[in-house]
Design a protein around this ligand. Sequence first.
Ligand code: ISL
Ligand code: CA
Length: 545
Amino acid sequence: MRWYKDAIVYQIYPRSFNDSNGDGIGDIRGIIEKLDYLKDLGINTVWLSPIYDSPLDDMGYDIRNYCDVLKEYGTLEDFKEMLDGMHRRGIKLIMDLVVNHTSDEHPWFLEAKKSVDNPYHDYYIFRKGKKGKAPNNWRSFFGGSAWEYNEATDEYYLHLFSKRQPDLNWENPKVREEVKKILKFWLDMGVDGFRCDVINLLSKKEGLPSTKGLPILSAKGIYIDGPKMHEYLQELKRDVFSKYDMFTVGECVLIDHETALSYVREGVDELNMVFHFEHMNADCFFSKWLPRKFKLRRLKAPLSKWQYALQDEGWNSLFLENHDQPRSVNRFGNLEYRVQLAKMLAVFIFSQKGTPYIYQGQEIGMTNAHYTSIDQYKDVETLNMYKTLRKFMSEKRAMKLVKIASRDNSRTPMQWNKAKNAGFSTGEPWLEVNPNYVEINVEDSLKDEDSILNFYKKYLALRKNHPIFVHGDYREHYPKSNKIAYYERNFDGKKLLVICNFTDKELKFNPIYDLSKFQLLLNNYSEDKDILLPYQAKIYLGEKA
Ligand code: ISL
Ligand code: CA
C-alpha cells in the first residue's frame, strides 16, 4: 500500500520545538504536549529530525549511539510514549536516518582510529596522505578539505561534512549489516519509515579519484550518486524495507530528475521519493552562500521539470522549508505581505503532485532569525563558513551573508504564545527566540480566523476531501511568467486550477478557461475580482470538459 501518497508530513526539529522541563532545550515530552496541536492542524505524518545520542557538533546529525535517545531529549520510554500518542491520533512517524557518517565519538570510530589492524578500522574511510597532503582534492560540504589527519595511524579519514562526522565505509559488508540492525530496531518498535540523510553520498568511486572542475559540483559519479548506490539501496530494500509497511524519502544532494527516477520508479522502489534542491536555487547560485535576486521562473522551472518527470512512474516530495533552509517568506516574496505571501506559498507548493512537507513554524509564517552578531549563531556550517568568508571579506559583508543563508534562520525556537520565550521554554532557550513572537505565535493564530494557521487547516482539510490533489496529473500554464504561477491538475473527469500571484501588485491575467464554470474552492482573500490581488492564491474546481 503506497500510503505515502496520502501523507501530509510535518517536520519537527526537536531541539527547537517545545521544552517541557525548562532547561531551554526542546524535548520528547515537549512533543507529546503538542500532539493534539498537530492532529488539529491536519497533518498525518511526522518527520522527526535526529533525537539520537549525539555530542551535537551538527545538532544531532552526528550520532554517537543509534539505538538510544539523547538524554536532554528524554528516554526510550518517552519515545515509545510519543510514538504511541501519535499512532493513537492516526499520525505516523518517520525518523531521520543518518548513515553516511557517524559522530567521531561513536564507539566504532573511537576504535577505528586506534590502529590499522583494529577490527573497526575498515568501518571508515582511511587513506595515506600524498606527499604530506590529503589523499585527494575532495571538499567538505561545510567548507575546507574533506580529509582530517589521524596521527595514530598516520592516515587521513574522510568527512564529507564536519571533521567530527567521519564517513562510514559502505564497501564493508559489516557496516551494511550494522545499518540494517539499526533500521530493524526502530521499525520493530513501530516507526513508520525514514528520511534518509544525504543518502546519495553513500557510494564512493573506487580509488577515490580527485574531482575535476568546481568543488562538489563535479563530484557526480565520484561521491554523489556513486557507482554502487543501486546495489546498496537494493540490499536495504531486500533485507529491510520490503518487510515493513513503511516509506523512505531520500535526501539527495545535487541530484537530477533522471537519477532520482532510477531510485524511486515504482517497481524499483529503492526509495519512495527524494528531496531534491534544484528549486532552492531560485534566489542563489548553487548555494545559499552565493545569493542572487529571487526570480519566479527559477522556482517554477525546476519544480515543473520534476513534476513532469516523476508524476507517472515515480513520486515527488513537496517542500519550501526545512531545518537547513532559511524561511520561505524571507526568500520568495515581499515580507510586508507576510500573511498573504505565506498562504500563497502553501497553495503554490503543496498543490503540486506529491507529498507535502511542512516545516515547524511554516504554518504560522515564522521568519528568519533577527541576530546581529556571529556569537548568536550556533550552527556548525554557519560558524565554519563565517570563518572562511572572513578570510576575504569584511565582517559587515560576511554578516550580511550569514543573515541571509544561515541554517539557524529556521532553527529559532517555535513561537507558541506571547509568554516569555514565546512559550517555548521557561528557561534560557539554547538558541535565541525571535522577538517577533509577540506578533507571530500559535495561540494568537488559532484565535484569528484569517491567520496563516487557520488557512493551513482549511487547506489541508480541503486536500483530504478531494482526491484530485493527490492523484491529479500536473500541467503548467505560463511557464515563462515571472509574475504568476498557474497550473492545473486533472483526475477522474475533474479539473483543478491553481493560480498564484507572486508579485506585490495587482495583476491582470487570462485564465484560459471560463472561470464562471468553475467553483472557487479556496482564496486567500475575502475578495474575488477579475484581477489578482498582491500574493493572491486561488484554487478552482470544475469539470474537465
Ligand atoms: O544545508 C546545506 C548547506 O547549507 C546542505 O548542503 C546540507 O548540508 C545538505 O543538504 C545535507 O544535509 C543533511 O546532512 C547534513 C546535516 O548537517 C543537515 O542538517 C542534513 O539535513 C549532514 O548530516
Ligand atoms: Ca528540555
